[in-house]
Design a protein around this ligand. Structure first.
Ligand code: GLU
Ligand code: ZN
Length: 291
């Protein structure tokens, strides 16, 4: 089997909490259990939400937990890569505000079900308000795109035109969209295996679509459950989940935290152990074809 390249891709918008740490642990274990390379990539394109101190805090938290990496990348230093990719796609400028998109969707038959409304294509044949700053939308091809999860065995198919719509690759403030940047980076960094939170599973087909349009290979996906609190609520940076930094600065034993993270996955481990001791545990849980 060719070399596995994995990554952990945090957004430096605050201190990592235990849920972020568990995803980081699983991504690291996946890379290391395959004898692969492991990358750290800061996803900091949404500059309004970035906190300058969060980069270093994340590095320290990871190192404290015993998770290392072979190379580090920062998305805000790679804007040329994203510009090149956008230039290869069929795009058009869009000046609609969020409110206008919502109003147009509500006027037409399909009210938004769930998250993002399907853009009704207002600016497809020319922007209505050329004086406004424009976002860049991808004129999505008429494809039905399927994503496969190698961990859960699930497949998710979406019809781009009717279920996703022309989505934004670059916002009207100039920021490249997460879906674009993640696809470009995973391809340019030769990432073969993506371990990440299941919250990104619904967005995977559109990322696969971008890979296909840009002639990139599709990596293997492994979506992992998000950690929840006592009430079954997903941990969130904004929701008061305890930051790893507090444990680190409070003099806690990182081996205890690692053990708690593993136990929260239902793994039977001692109540203190270094992250590296989990590599054989993780390896033993891989499907036998995958050793
Ligand atoms: N930066 C994303 C996040 O922190 C993760 C992106 C990914 O793993 O594809 O949620
Ligand atoms: Zn528009």
């Amino acid at each position: 089997m060719s070399e596995v390249v994995g990554r952990f891709a945090p957004s430096p918008t605050g201190a990592m909490h235990l849920g972020n740490a568990r995803t980081a642990l699983l991504a690291w274990l996946h890379s290391r259990a395959h004898g692969g390379r492991h990358l750290l990539r800061f996803e900091d394109l949404d500059t309004g939400r970035v906190r300058d101190w969060a980069y270093d805090c994340t590095r320290r938290d990871l190192a404290w937990l015993g998770l290392d990496w072979d190379a580090e990348f920062i998305q805000s230093q790679r804007l040329d890569c994203y510009a090149d990719a956008v230039a290869r796609l069929d795009t058009y400028p869009c000046t609609c505000t969020r409110r206008e998109v919502l109003a147009a969707v509500q006027d037409s038959a399909g009210a938004p079900h769930g998250e993002e409304p399907v853009y009704p294509g207002t600016c497809r044949n020319g922007t209505v308000n050329p004086e406004r700053p424009a976002a860049t939308r991808w004129r999505v091809p008429d494809w039905n795109v399927c994503a496969h999860d190698a961990g859960t065995g699930e497949t998710l198919c979406q019809h781009l035109v009717s279920e996703i719509g022309d989505f934004v690759l670059r916002r009207n403030d100039g920021a490249y969209a997460y879906h674009l940047a993640v696809v470009v980076d995973d391809a340019l960094m030769n990432v073969t295996d993506i371990v990440r939170g299941v919250d990104l599973w619904p967005a995977t087909p559109r990322q696969v679509a971008l890979q296909q349009a840009l002639d990139y290979p599709t990596p293997r996906y492994f979506h992992v459950p998000l950690m929840t609190d006592f009430n079954g609520e997903r941990l969130a940076k904004r929701g008061g989940a305890p930051p790893v930094r507090d444990f680190r600065e409070g003099g806690q034993n990182p081996r205890r935290i690692v053990a708690q993270l593993a136990r929260s996955l239902g793994w039977d481990v001692p109540d203190e152990l270094p992250a590296a001791d989990l590599i054989p545990v993780y390896r033993a849980r891989l499907p036998s074809t995958d050793h």
